[in-house]
Ligand binder design. Structure first.
Ligand code: 16G
Ligand code: ZN
Length: 508
């Protein structure tokens, strides 16, 4: 390690003294202007992690669905997964070290993790379309270079694309080519093969309106659409040519407001979907003939995918173990449907893709989705082959979608220090402050088919309140009452939480 060079370059990416940030649910996230030193240091850390794992490591510069002014960074481990938890701690230590302590922290990490500093390092970098992202990714590159790492800067990429590149590079090209072209080829081919088997083949089934949240998804889908040829025709909205990133559009907006994004007219039964700012979330929706809005969120996507796979397994007579992983945010009716009707075991983990992913790996087929639209299905390679062969011989059957009854509301609450709330049981129960869980239990008892929980956000300085019940009105009331309990028992600041006024479950 050339400590002299590190000190010199670090001074060019100086840390504002006293600033403390945490490697949260999906890396560091805050206002872009506070992140220069974090980026530089994550470049350094990526090199150490690459040396230690003797693999390519990814660095993604994005703040996902958060406002355009924010930014963030996360590291991607060799198999395209989120950074290992022990390294998240190193990331936090390194990001928060004052300038004079930086060298010591770097050496500590290297020693603790037995990093062979002579080993080569390779880091791949991607970024979203935020105005701050280009400069910040340059700071990552500075960090990589000063520690002697090699790098490839992919420039603008969606988050899933960066994960893909890392995985391809570490599996000798067996999974796919680590190029943008390779990504489009692999995914479009899989899509075309899958949809060939569908019985409904009219044009209306092949067109999709896509809200790109004014983000990177627009650029990449525009490149990708040629690969679908006749298989799919997409119409892009909120493509970044006018509006602001994630503003009044995107998956988060559509999910929390239960309505289409701005800038997209939808006719009845047209198929529509929304990405978030880095295109790793998706939710689908449509208006029925009566003009009612229907959202197919992560819960329903997981239900459809797992029902589809379960049926295939039954038809081909395979008894592989299939499991669905959700978080506390999953609508209770989706969990009941999966368990009681589909007879698929359902597991609940903490919020954040890494937790769901980890659990899903325990099954032959693991389907995981957060209600907000993050998710996928995981198969072992052997299972993938079996399903492909058998699926070809099968007639497609009509799929029944789960009917979701309950209404949900998801609010957030400002408290003086969100850490006064700690939780257990996959974030479904509050351990502290004392009395809060008891208060929630009493409130929940007042409503039918109801459920509520609170948790400190892992990405913002707020406490999130979730409630569901048999009607929207009850869900609104319950959410308000729980918010008041949080406000009273956890040191609420600012205005007392107000009841939902529009009856639409809009977050306040
Ligand atoms: C991050 C997570 C997302 C989670 C959200 C919760 C990833 C890639 N992203 O965006 O999965 O739902 O945080 O945010 O893991 P919260 O802690 O502020 O509620
Ligand atoms: Zn995202």
């Amino acid at each position: 390690m050339d400590l002299g060079a590190i000190t010199k370059y670090s001074a060019l990416h100086a840390k504002p003294s006293g600033l403390i940030l945490q490697y949260g649910t999906a890396g560091f996230r805050t206002k872009a202007e506070h992140l220069d030193h974090v980026m530089f240091r994550m470049g350094l850390l990526a090199v150490l992690r690459s040396k230690q794992t003797k693999s390519t490591i990814g660095v993604m510069v994005t703040a996902s669905h958060n406002p355009e002014e924010d930014n963030g960074v996360k590291l991607v481990d060799p198999l395209g997964e989120m950074l290992a938890p022990s390294w998240e701690e190193h990331a936090t230590c390194l990001a928060n070290a004052e300038e004079q302590d930086m060298q010591r922290v770097l050496i500590d990490i290297s020693e603790k993790e037995a990093v062979n500093l002579q080993q080569d390092a390779f880091v791949v970098i991607g970024r979203d379309t935020r105005p701050s992202s280009e400069k910040l990714s340059q700071s990552v590159i500075d960090g990589v270079t000063v520690l002697g790492g090699q790098f490839h800067d992919y420039g603008l990429l969606t988050t899933p694309q960066l994960h893909y590149m890392v995985y391809c590079r570490n599996t000798g090209g067996r999974y796919g080519k680590a190029t943008i072209e390779g990504y489009y080829q692999k995914l479009s081919k899989a899509f075309v093969e899958l949809t060939k088997q569908a019985s409904c083949s009219g044009d209306e089934y092949r067109s999709l309106k896509v809200d790109c949240a004014n983000g990177i998804g627009a650029l990449k889908l525009r490149e990708m659409e040629h690969y679908f040829s006749q298989g799919l025709s997409v119409q892009l909205f909120n493509d970044g040519s006018k509006g602001k990133l994630n503003h009044l559009c995107g998956a988060d907006f559509v999910k929390s407001h239960q309505k289409p994004p701005q800038g997209m007219e939808i006719k009845s039964n047209e198929r529509c979907c929304s990405f978030d700012g880095d295109a790793d979330r998706i939710v689908y929706y449509y208006h029925d003939a009566d003009g009612h809005f229907h959202l197919i969120d992560g819960d329903k996507i997981a239900t459809l995918i797992s029902s589809f796979l379960k049926e295939l397994l039954v038809e081909i007579g395979e008894s592989l173990n299939i499991g669905v992983v959700q978080t506390a945010y999953a609508n209770g009716s989706s969990t009941r449907y999966l368990e009681e009707v589909m007879k698929v075991p359902v597991y609940c983990t903490k919020t954040g893709v890494k937790h769901l992913h980890h659990k899903a790996q325990e099954f032959d087929i693991g389907v995981y989705f957060e209600a907000n639209g993050h998710g996928t299905a995981l198969f072992s390679t052997a299972v993938e082959m079996k399903i492909k062969q058998s699926a070809k011989q099968l007639e497609d059957k009509k799929r029944k979608a789960a009917k979701m009854l309950e209404n949900i509301i998801d609010l957030f609450n400002q408290v003086a220090d969100r850490r006064v709330i700690s939780t257990t049981n996959a974030e479904r129960q509050a351990v502290t402050p004392p009395g809060l869980q008891e208060a929630i239990n009493d409130l929940v008892k007042k409503y039918k088919l109801s459920r509520a929980f609170v948790r400190p956000s892992g990405t913002e300085d707020v406490v999130r309140v979730y409630a569901e019940a048999d009607s929207q009105e009850s869900a609104d009331h319950l959410a308000h009452e729980v918010s008041l309990a949080v406000f009273q028992l956890a040191g609420g600041i600012g205005e007392r939480p107000q009841p939902a006024s529009d009856g639409e479950g809009t977050p306040h």
